[in-house]
Design a protein around this ligand. Structure first.
Ligand SMILES: [Zn+2]
Ligand SMILES: [Zn+2]
Length: 270
């Protein structure tokens, strides 16, 4: 209820042009040499008189916060979070309006994504997207992450299980490694992020140690009711029953809406 109230408060302050966020995102900023994110000209910049000078204060018979300050601070914070989110370069700065669904399954997944983006943080379930390779699961999940970080400046992380996740944790056991002894800190970072995208879930033959590490991560997020998106090439209801004795599957079923995306290969369009 509290979350819904915050959402309504937020919506009344900003306009429809910026989708009630106060922030305009510019996916073409690299080519057009503008800013990736800027305050909305219609409901924030029109009230700004600090000229965008950090720390966004004005003099008006005394030192006061400029009306743009909250939005500009949020943008600064969102940019920092986005830079450390772990999203691959080719998936960055992509938004929901450019996701093309190819069939009914894709359309349903896109509509679930829209719903999450509109309602966050008032969302009670994450997503488990599964289907054959190349159907845009990674793209759709990183789009949701991008939308939520750039709208709300919430802490979000992307991890690809098949590449790097276990190596990163394993290297913390190696005394030669710069991350030696930081295993708990790394696991905590993923367990506690407001949003986590776990890409390529259940694709490798997990060792008992890997299964336990994954279970601990999923369980920690389940307990803390953290929003999580999984993508996988496998149907969880068939393939996850064996992993960690079915404990991961039972958590995922409670945490996520399980949706299939199957279809032609999407990757050549990126
Ligand atoms: Zn606006
Ligand atoms: Zn200002």
């Amino acid at each position: 209820m509290q979350k819904r109230h915050e959402l309504e408060k937020r919506e009344s302050r900003y306009c429809a042009f910026c989708d009630h966020t106060g922030i305009i995102r510019n996916p073409y900023y690299e080519q057009a040499s503008g800013d990736a994110m800027s305050p909305c000209p219609r409901c924030v910049l029109n009230r700004c008189s600090c000229g965008g000078e950090d720390p966004y204060y004005i003099f008006d018979g005394g030192i006061k916060e400029c009306p743009c300050r909250e939005t500009r601070m949020k943008i600064d914070q969102a940019k920092e979070i986005y830079a450390r989110s772990g999203i691959d370069k080719k998936y960055r700065w992509r938004f929901i309006n450019e996701y093309e669904s190819r069939n009914k399954l894709g359309e349903a997944a896109k509509s679930a994504a829209y719903d999450i983006i509109r309602r966050f943080p008032d969302v009670d379930k994450g997503l488990y997207l599964w289907g054959n390779p190349g159907t845009g699961k990674t793209l759709l999940s990183t789009i949701i992450l991008t939308e939520l970080i750039t709208r709300h400046a919430v802490e979000g992380r992307y991890i690809k299980i098949s590449r790097g996740f276990f190596q990163r944790i394993r290297s913390t056991f190696n005394v030669e490694s710069v991350t030696y002894g930081m295993g708990n800190a790394i696991e905590k970072e993923f367990a506690e992020a407001d949003i986590l995208v776990v890409d390529d879930f259940g694709t490798q033959r997990d060792s008992p140690w890997e299964q336990e590490t994954l279970y601990n991560l999923v369980d920690a997020r389940y307990e803390a009711e953290k929003f999580t998106i999984f993508t996988s090439n496998i149907n969880p209801l068939k393939a996850l029953t064996e992993i960690a004795g079915g404990r991961i599957l039972s958590r995922i079923k409670e945490m996520c809406r399980i949706m299939e995306i199957t279809g032609p290969d999407y990757r050549d369009r990126l």
